[in-house]
Design a protein around this ligand. Structure first.
Ligand SMILES: Nc1nc2c(ncn2[C@@H]2O[C@H](COP(=O)(O)OP(=O)(O)OP(=O)(O)O)[C@@H](O)[C@H]2O)c(=O)[nH]1
Ligand SMILES: [Mg+2]
Length: 442
């Protein structure tokens, strides 16, 4: 249930389930879309459904840019107003992030609470966060979002009488005098959250595990939300990461060892992306996104059962976020998942349009072997033969090298164990301080 509570946060209703029968929150969707772009609002409806809100109507205006004051043009707003009454909507949901001014003007004109795409996504993240770190990251993003819109929020909601939707968005609000206090409290809380996140991060178990296994080549699964990333992690490593047909099911990273061709790799599944991913989330989830940024290889998973234009849109949205977080330098493999859902014609089309991609299905196991070989090949193409001298008191390092490569040569010398081994370039760098010589080897 999307609702804004007393301090301006948006959160899931206590039971987290959509209500039965006629939905309590019935949203009318609006969007301003430039010519040539898809006018489909199915994803926004899906996001709302995830938050337990029903969709009862929609209106899309074709315009190059949203109106700076009212998002839609005046004529379209009249139309929306008439349709709201007919559809018996008690909430308007906008497919873009609104400026505080646009949001306020829309509410004044339409007479119902207005919520934007960012608030809806933040709401879902809040409901799906489980770990301490995840919860802190979401709260930070929500506060950043709300801080910008505190001014004047309460008084105009009171004028609207939004309280008539009991328990719905903006039902209660302190008076205008409360605003400055709220803003100060929000800023204090943001600093406190940043400090706590730093502490949680440095002690969290994932990070410890990472440090212990930092010598292994790392592969990050990245992709649009609901693409099938967690399912693929499970299929490739025998893990039991949570899988569900809903948006943003995974928020916390899970890392498992994948064994392929006699070598071990670290495979990490993490939060999914979406188009217009709120920048507040990208910032707040910096530590989580680090897993992707630091990976040696990115496996980009996309749902092959989506129509081609949607598939391209999702690939681009993911690419944009990868660029934004600085994860665009690592090599990538494109994986077309859910192959069991497509017919022969679409299969041929995909092979033609995406010749470098690997088609997989976690259900039939199709393509999993091929994907593992592709991952091996990516690292193999950077293999270097290195000669290392491992001191006797660093036996742990020798064990690591055995995990990395079964075919190493070792001889004992008075100074330590001399090892000749072929390592992927990125991994070899992590052993640089033991290097005796280094030579290129195909
Ligand atoms: N038919 C079919 N369904 C799949 C396949 N892989 C995943 N799914 C389904 O797709 C849905 C989403 O799968 P997840 O693995 O949770 O997707 P995700 O990318 O981790 O999603 P988020 O964590 O929410 O971003 C689930 O209902 C899965 O059962 C597949 O190969 N074939
Ligand atoms: Mg997942």
């Amino acid at each position: 249930m999307v609702q804004r509570s007393r301090n301006g946060r948006i959160g899931q209703a206590a039971n987290g389930r959509p209500s039965q029968g006629r939905a309590r929150q019935r949203a009318f969707l609006i969007a301003a879309v430039p010519d040539g772009e898809s006018a489909e609002l199915t994803e926004l409806a899906e996001l709302l459904k995830t938050s337990g809100v029903a969709t009862v109507g929609e209106l899309v205006q074709r315009r190059e840019h949203p109106h700076p004051n009212t998002y839609l043009g005046a004529g379209k707003l009249d139309e929306v107003k008439a349709q709201l009454a007919r559809a018996d909507a008690n909430l308007v949901a906008c497919d873009d992030e609104l400026s505080p001014r646009q949001e306020r003007n829309l509410e004044n004109t339409l007479g119902v609470p207005v919520i934007d795409r960012t608030a809806i996504i933040l709401d879902i993240f809040a409901a799906h966060a489980h770990s301490a770190e995840g919860k802190l990251q979401v709260e930070l993003a929500q506060l950043e979002y709300n801080l910008a819109r505190m001014r004047g929020l309460w008084s105009h909601l009171e004028r609207l009488g939004a309280g008539r939707i009991d328990g719905g968005i903006g039902t209660r609000g302190p008076g205008e005098t409360q605003i400055e206090t709220d803003r100060r409290l929000a800023r204090d809380r943001i600093s406190a959250l940043r400090r706590r996140l730093g502490r949680v991060r440095s002690s969290r178990s994932v990070m410890r595990a990472e440090r212990e296994r930092a010598h292994l080549p790392s592969v990050a699964l990245a992709g649009y939300t609901n693409a099938g990333k967690s399912t693929l992690l499970n299929a490739l490593t025998g893990a039991t990461a949570g899988v569900r047909d809903r948006l943003f099911h995974t928020l916390d990273p899970t890392t498992r060892i994948m064994r392929a061709g006699g070598r071990d790799y670290l495979l990490t599944d993490t939060v999914g992306f979406i188009s217009k991913l709120p920048h507040q989330l990208v910032e707040a989830f910096g530590a989580t996104l680090e897993e992707t940024r630091l990976a040696d290889l990115i496996v980009h998973v996309v749902d092959a059962s989506a129509p081609e234009d949607e598939l391209l849109m999702m690939v681009k949205a993911v690419q944009d976020v990868l660029n934004e977080i600085g994860a665009d330098a690592a090599p990538q493999i494109l994986v077309l998942a859910k192959a069991d859902r497509i017919d022969a014609e679409r299969r041929a089309e995909l092979e033609f349009r995406h010749p470098d991609a690997v088609l997989v299905s976690a259900i039939t196991s199709e393509g999993l072997e091929a994907l593992m070989s592709r991952i091996e090949d990516e690292f193999a193409s950077t293999l270097r033969e290195v000669e290392l001298l491992i001191p006797f008191d660093e036996g742990g390092r020798l064990a690591e090298l055995h995990e990395l490569a079964g075919d190493l040569k070792r001889t004992e010398t008075p100074a330590g164990v001399r090892v000749t081994v072929r390592l992927p370039a990125g991994v070899a760098e992590r052993f640089e301080r033991y290097a005796l010589t280094r030579s290129l080897a195909g």
